[in-house]
Design a binder for this molecule. Structure first.
Ligand code: PNS
Length: 162
């Protein structure tokens, strides 16, 4: 049987426990999963692409069929280049759906042979987002329970928060 490789793309700025959950679920379904960090020069990020990749690698090292990579340009071009047939995205709530649906349709328009798969989050992560992690941390709140240990340490080293 042909192996199916899935790309799980995102900003991962930083990776959260919600992302880890989706990546693990994807790895249980697909033969190979490439977690790929978007290099976006137009969007200002808290962490560099290298830092985001390191954090993702550290927190997903326990899953054998996951690799971490980065990409720029169009997602569908990258997916084709990797010979992957699938894009994985996580869904937290209906509010995610509208944006995701539009993106999936646009990607299908660009590359009809690539399928987008949505994986539903665990309700316990339904409120977790990278942007809220960055904001809570910035204002001194604790994000220990919603990000992997390595990410928590990186955040703590970067700033002066306990
Ligand atoms: O974690 P994010 O920021 O929600 O991820 C968004 C991402 C990276 C999946 C999306 O912005 C993307 O695919 N960007 C690459 C450029 C592209 O292909 N755009 C067309 C998609 S409609």
């Amino acid at each position: 049987m042909m192996k199916v490789t899935a790309v799980y793309p995102g900003s991962f700025d930083p990776i959260t426990n919600g992302h880890i959950y989706i990546a693990e679920r994807a790895a249980a379904v697909f033969d190979e999963v490439i977690v790929s960090v978007l290099v976006n020069e137009r969007k200002t990020s808290a962490f560099t692409v290298e830092e985001r990749c390191v954090m993702a690698r550290e927190s997903l090292g326990h899953v054998k069929n996951i690799t971490v990579d980065s990409f720029n340009g169009l997602l569908v071009d990258y997916v084709r280049q990797k010979n992957a047939g699938v894009i994985v995205r996580g869904l937290r709530a209906m509010s995610d759906f509208e944006y995701e649906f539009q993106m999936a349709l646009m990607n299908r328009q660009l590359a009809p042979e690539i399928e987008t798969f949505f994986i539903v989050t665990d309700p316990k992560y339904s409120y977790v987002s990278s942007s809220s992690v960055r904001e809570i941390f910035h204002f001194g709140g604790t994000v220990r329970d919603v990000v992997p240990q390595g990410v928590y340490e990186k955040l703590s080293n970067r700033c002066c928060n306990p």
